[in-house]
Design a protein around this ligand. Structure first.
Ligand code: SAM
Ligand code: SF4
Length: 338
């Protein structure tokens, strides 16, 4: 039988290097209620104008097209996604899109405790929580705002709501929190928590900090192994770029995410939608396609799916980041959607 246009757009999305693309990260806002030192300056960024930010209905149109070409997981991120009003309304609409079977959230958890019941009821399936320190004074120094107690309550609320095991994302900085590696790792011996240590990535705002505080994943693992022997494990389901290790008999695991020292590009399965509607093909590159203009001009699901498919040709094979350098086009991490 002849291949029709519909058959073509329904074939699963893959890029020019035959990597299946099944994961879409959606930044719902560029704003945040914290100012983490590695992410954005104290005064914040030049925020997007309200009318430039995609409305929930527009995001859902793009998700529908992505699902039609094989995307199965949506991760809501930001900025801080929980500062956008009624996020559960977006979750509910995405959960109703045929083909989407996993809706995850990346959050700093300041507002999680009060929102988790509505989010889970709407269809949220997983949560990743950022936590760089277990000490209140350091929390305030690193994120330039108080709130550790709220984050810890958010973690407990997520587990109580059935979203465990949660993944904790911890950006490791020498001299700022690297002496807490063992404390974080020890939590995985007691609780079904996946602690993921992330190497600081370079963005224009943090180049000095990144060069001074960078700790490689290999060093992180060596230091974790000082409190017990660890062995590689498969890790939790969920599309992440982390490599996981566990202590013998532990309910949780330690993961490392190493964009610089251990390139994960060959396993890349993802693209990103920025809050202002650009499809970004690589976290570290400027290759992008504007989807806001067509979606506002009434593009159909088929039109958008075809745009997603052609965008695959500009997804680069890998990034070429080096320690102490930022890509020439790169702005703050949060601007590109975490
Ligand atoms: N606000 C949410 C949060 O903090 O989880 C979601 C957005 S945030 C940009 C997503 C993740 O990116 C967080 O885990 C954060 O720690 C991480 N991140 C931000 N800037 C980073 C950097 N320069 N290097 C490494 N990780 C970074
Ligand atoms: Fe906000 Fe997340 Fe960036 Fe911290 S890492 S400033 S919580 S967007």
């Amino acid at each position: 039988m002849a291949t029709t246009f519909i058959d073509l757009i329904q074939a699963p999305l893959a890029d020019a290097f035959n990597r299946p693309i099944t994961y879409l990260r959606v930044s719902v806002t560029d704003k945040c209620n914290l100012r983490c030192v590695y992410c954005m300056p104290e005064e914040g960024l030049q925020w997007l104008r309200r009318e430039d930010v995609l409305r929930y209905e527009e995001i859902v149109e793009i998700v529908r097209a992505a699902a039609a070409v094989g995307v199965r997981t949506i991760r809501l991120t930001g900025g801080e996604p929980l500062v956008r009003r009624d996020l559960d309304r977006l979750v509910r609409s995405i959960a109703a899109v045929p083909g989407i079977d996993d809706i995850a959230l990346s959050t700093n958890a300041l507002l999680l405790e009060e929102q988790i019941p509505a989010l889970v009821d709407a269809g949220l399936t997983r949560v990743n929580i950022s936590l760089d320190t277990l000490r209140p004074d350091r929390f305030e120094a690193i994120s330039r705002r108080p709130g550790l107690d709220r984050v810890l309550r958010g973690i407990d609320a997520a587990i109580a709501a059935g979203l465990g095991p949660v993944k904790l994302n911890c950006v490791v900085m020498r001299g700022q929190n690297d002496d807490e590696l063992a404390d974080f790792a020890a939590m995985t011996k007691e609780r079904a928590i996946y602690v993921r240590f992330i190497e600081v990535m370079p963005v224009h705002e943090n180049l000095g900090l990144q060069a001074e505080t960078y700790v490689s994943s290999e060093e992180i693992l060596e230091r974790v192994a000082t409190i017990g022997s660890i062995a590689p494990v498969p890790g939790p389901p969920g599309n992440g770029p982390a490599r996981y290790f566990a202590f013998d008999g532990a309910p949780g695991a330690v993961g490392v995410i190493s964009p610089l020292s251990h390139d994960y590009c060959e396993r890349c399965n993802r693209v990103r939608l920025t809050a202002d509607g650009r499809l970004r093909l690589c976290l570290f590159g400027d290759q992008h396609v504007d989807l806001r203009t067509p979606v506002r001009a009434g593009a159909t699901t088929e039109d958008l799916a075809a745009m997603l498919r052609s965008a695959m040709f500009i997804k680069p094979e890998r990034h070429h980041l080096k320690l102490g350098e930022a890509s020439s086009q790169m702005r703050a991490f949060s601007e590109i959607g975490g």
